[in-house]
Design a protein around this ligand. Structure first.
Ligand SMILES: C[S@@+](CC[C@H](N)C(=O)[O-])C[C@H]1O[C@@H](n2cnc3c(N)ncnc32)[C@H](O)[C@@H]1O
Length: 246
């Protein structure tokens, strides 16, 4: 299956700002993404006690003064390409949250929920509280038409999911837990839907989409991360095939 120039279930290595422009209007069912931050985040340092040599180098950060323009530009494109029934989940740390919220409002998205993802540990601090949560903004284009599969009777807006330990394995610096991504996919899409992550990193959204019989499209600017994500997807496809679910 194709969407414009893109084959679905593929990862494209390049700049999301350019690639998003090539997706036709109203073709995507769901977007789940954890965009780059504008902090001086060095992918190889302070990685939650993980051994630095196991973290793939090359994390692509956005300069602080360009963060609003960058954020507004990609969010504007996501609004154009989402179907009327579609929705988006944007992950954000608290430091740049106001920029992301302003961009969402300025583009015209409607906020449905402001979720908190609580994880099990943060970076040790001496003179402030330890950050152990992330914000997830759940936004839609049309509040009468967006999909919401109520897979839980009482779905609360604080979600507690542990970060994954990848002991002894290579990984990218900021990987989301698959369990968390799967949950968002189940609430906001159906089998066969197309899910996009323009900032794919290690490929978690693609992996979760495949496991749940959805299609995905992923963009990532750092070539080493693209290769890593492609490998992860291949492994999943292989396993699904062996187990007869492919
Ligand atoms: C916070 S990480 C995403 C992590 C991902 N959710 C995962 O589970 O691995 C953000 C990613 O965006 C990528 N990135 C930064 N600028 C980009 C751009 N202009 N186009 C595409 N990807 C970009 C970074 O290299 C990084 O891998």
């Amino acid at each position: 299956m194709r969407i414009g120039d893109f084959l679905v279930d593929e990862i494209y290595c390049g700049d999301a700002l350019k690639l998003l422009k090539k997706i036709p209007d109203e073709t995507i069912d769901l977007i789940i993404t954890d965009p780059p931050f504008a902090i001086d985040f060095k992918g190889k340092k302070n990685n939650y006690n993980r051994k630095n040599e196991k973290v793939i180098d090359g994390y692509n950060e956005i300069p602080k003064e360009k963060y609003y323009d960058f954020t507004y530009s990609w969010i504007k494109e996501t609004y154009r390409i989402l179907k009327d029934t579609g929705s988006m989940y944007v992950f954000s740390g608290w430091t740049n949250l106001k920029t992301v919220l302003n961009s969402i409002d300025d583009v015209g998205f409607i906020q449905i929920n402001h979720l908190i993802w609580k994880y099990q540990f943060g970076v040790y601090t001496k003179r402030k509280f330890v950050t152990s949560h992330y914000h997830i903004l759940f936004v839609v284009k049309n509040q009468d038409k967006y999909k919401f599969n109520k897979i839980e009777d009482y779905p609360e807006d604080v979600i507690i999911v542990n970060r994954e330990y990848w002991i002894g394995k290579l990984k990218t610096p900021t990987k989301l837990p698959i369990e968390l991504v799967k949950k968002l996919i189940l609430f906001s899409s159906d089998e066969g839907d197309i899910i996009l992550d323009p900032f794919l990193g290690s490929g978690t959204v693609g992996v979760a989409a495949k496991l749940l019989k959805r299609h995905f499209l992923g963009f990532e600017i750092v070539p080493q991360y693209c290769d890593f994500a492609k490998k992860r997807i291949k492994e999943i496809e292989g396993n699904l095939f062996i187990n007869g679910n492919g």
